[in-house]
Design a protein around this ligand. Structure first.
Ligand code: ZN
Length: 442
């Protein structure tokens, strides 16, 4: 088997450092700045804006939230918590506020984690009107007292603007598309989901490099989670309804075990392909997460109108690692090498499985073909494929036996216990001899 191996560890490291400090949210400058940096790596990436206030299915695109300043002062007028030190200190989409409060009143607006004392939690108020501050439990114990009053200030504005998404369509021989999606709305967190953004941008760059040999087309999108994915579906409904399979790329850069989240139809072949990918790369102790609605944008893409089977390969999956949605999900937790490993898994899945999973139809269906006529009958006993008891010409006969336009090459490869890449080569040979025809649709 030919394994493409890429090593972009150095570039990934640089990109991690560049993108980590940008305070991204579901809308706004942080997200735009991130997309512009990604455009530097993939100039084909289009940035598209959807206006605030627009209805997208059951939702409304929110206004842009801008924050200039946010702090808490003690009764001596000393700043004891400042947004400038870490954007996670403010609950994203907080309403503006400026008042003096007792500790017990203030406490209702403070978020901290007594079980993870040094971590600042990440919280949002996207769809509720409220305000709040996040801080570590240690910070709380050191600077706040129950018998003191505090001045709080959040200088935030909500303005009519737009929601930004990034999109690149990489066209292969067939118009049939796969979806590759990641989310760009998390600030200052590394595994969730800077790891996903970086993996996706390198996938895009690599597929563009291989574009001439791609069988299928790839729709690669960078969207704010939930509202961005919903907006994208609403704006591209027809195209999205024609997609059967997708990858939702998130949390793939931590030190923990590899895993994958199954698609909604757990029998769909994309799930078995992921397991084959792990096996090919010698990863045997991966974690298998069943499909659940508690997840990311597969919720939207797999909803009834679209029913796209999406998988996610993870290395420290969201919800599962202790630092999830906290300031400890940082550049000490995530490593460029881990992201590079996930990138290799995804590229192997895409280039050697998804892209080679063709639906063929035999052109001669009445009895078997006369192999010698097509120079397919071996003159010298026939070559064995290394991992199969079947000879090449026998595999050719099986292909013409099974290829009915509805049975995938992957399905046939499983029936014959031969890997997809070998069977694909023989199928292409038969196609060149006019014995198999590609079917665009299943
Ligand atoms: Zn998250």
């Amino acid at each position: 088997m030919k394994l493409l191996k890429v090593d972009y560890t150095k570039e990934i490291n640089e990109l991690l450092k560049k993108l980590f400090p940008i305070p991204r949210s579901i809308t706004g400058e942080g997200t735009r700045k991130t997309l512009k940096i990604l455009q530097g790596l993939v100039p084909e990436l289009n940035i598209v804006e959807y206006p605030s206030g627009e209805n997208v299915y059951d939702w409304v695109i929110p206004p842009e939230w801008e924050i200039k300043e946010a702090w808490i002062k003690n009764s001596k007028g000393e700043v004891i918590l400042d947004y400038k030190n870490n954007p996670l200190h403010v609950v994203f989409y907080s309403q503006p506020v400026h008042k003096i409060l007792s500790f017990s009143e203030l406490q209702k607006h403070l978020y901290y984690l007594p079980n993870l004392k040094e971590a600042i939690p990440y919280r949002t108020f996207y769809y509720t009107q409220n305000w709040g501050f996040c801080l570590s439990y240690n910070h709380l114990k050191k600077y706040f007292r129950e018998d003191e009053n505090y001045e709080v200030f959040i200088d935030a504005t909500f303005k009519k603007g737009s929601l930004s998404i990034g999109e690149v369509l990489i066209k292969g021989k067939s118009k049939k598309e796969y979806l590759i999606s990641t989310y760009i709305c998390h600030p200052n967190l590394a595994n969730d989901n800077l790891s996903g953004i970086i993996t996706t941008v390198f996938i895009a760059r690599e597929l563009l490099k291989h574009q001439k040999r791609l069988n299928y087309s790839y729709r690669i999108i960078f969207v704010p989670e939930t509202i961005g994915a919903i907006s994208y579906c609403a704006h591209n409904e027809k195209e999205m309804k024609n997609i059967d399979m997708g990858l939702v790329i998130t949390t793939c850069g931590g030190p923990g075990k590899f895993g994958y989240k199954m698609s909604f139809d757990e029998k769909d072949e994309i799930n078995q392909m992921v397991e084959d990918v792990f096996a090919d790369l010698g990863i045997n102790d991966f974690i298998k997460y069943p499909f659940s609605l508690a997840g990311s944008d597969e919720r939207q893409y797999s909803s009834q109108a679209f029913r796209i089977n999406c998988i996610t390969i993870t290395k420290d999956k969201y919800y599962e690692y202790p630092y999830y949605h906290t300031s400890l999900d940082d550049l000490n937790f995530v490593r460029a090498e881990f992201i590079n490993q996930s990138l290799n898994l995804y590229l192997h899945l895409i280039l050697n499985y998804l892209d080679k999973n063709i639906f063929y139809e035999a052109t001669k269906k009445h009895c078997e073909v006369f192999l010698s006529k097509y120079d397919l009958y071996p003159k010298l006993g026939g070559a064995f494929l290394p991992e199969s008891r079947l000879k090449r010409h026998e595999i050719a006969l099986y292909l013409m036996f099974y290829c009915d336009g509805n049975t995938s090459l992957y399905n046939i490869s499983k029936k014959l216990k031969i890997n997809l890449q070998d069977i694909y080569e023989i199928a292409v040979e038969l196609e060149n001899k006019g014995l198999l025809l590609r079917k665009e649709e299943k």
